[in-house]
Write a protein that binds this ligand. Structure first.
Ligand code: SF4
Ligand code: SF4
Length: 155
């Protein structure tokens, strides 16, 4: 499987020593493990603040590759797609997936063995059952009122 994310030639283990705020654009983008979990719609309880994950995916998520169909110009289609940066990570921690590489590094932890930067294989995130590959339904097909019928545990 070819890697849709350019991870060629990056210094081995750079994420262990380089702070997120010092990473180049390529180093930052290469941190994404391609799990697609951040592209699932969430339900947030107004009173408790609790967040439930659903398998209802953003309209641009490709369920087979777990990639965004228009990553570079996604905001033309999905204006509220978040832009994760070293500065905005803290405000998103309450919903970021537990295995998200940006969360892990922000929390001073290491990447898991199945992360493509560690395994050298973009498929390993799918083989490890961490991604949403084959799990989703499109938000085109499920009315928002019915999202609660599609709540799932995080893979
Ligand atoms: S949850 Fe994190 S690691 Fe997974 S696709 Fe989203 S940004 Fe990338
Ligand atoms: S626009 Fe792309 S990156 Fe943003 S949530 Fe949708 S699929 Fe994910």
């Amino acid at each position: 499987m070819s890697d849709a994310i350019d991870r060629e030639g990056l210094r081995e283990g750079y994420w262990r020593t380089k702070p997120l705020s010092k990473m180049s654009d390529r180093e930052w983008e290469a941190l994404c493990d391609g799990c697609g979990k951040c592209c699932l719609n969430k339900l947030e309880d107004d009173e408790t603040g609790e967040v439930a994950l659903t398998r209802v995916a953003c309209r641009l998520l490709d369920d087979a590759t777990c990639r965004c169909a228009h990553y570079e110009n996604r905001h033309s289609f999905v204006p509220d797609c978040i832009r994760l940066t070293p500065q905005t990570i803290p405000e998103h921690l309450y919903w970021l997936p537990s295995t998200c590489a940006y969360r892990l590094i922000h929390e001073g932890r290491d990447l898991f063995h199945w992360h493509p930067l560690v395994s050298g294989d973009p498929k390993s995130v799918h083989d490890a059952g961490i991604s949403v590959q084959g799990l989703t339904v499109s938000e085109f097909d499920v009315h928002e009122d019915d999202w609660e019928d599609h709540i799932i545990e995080e893979p």
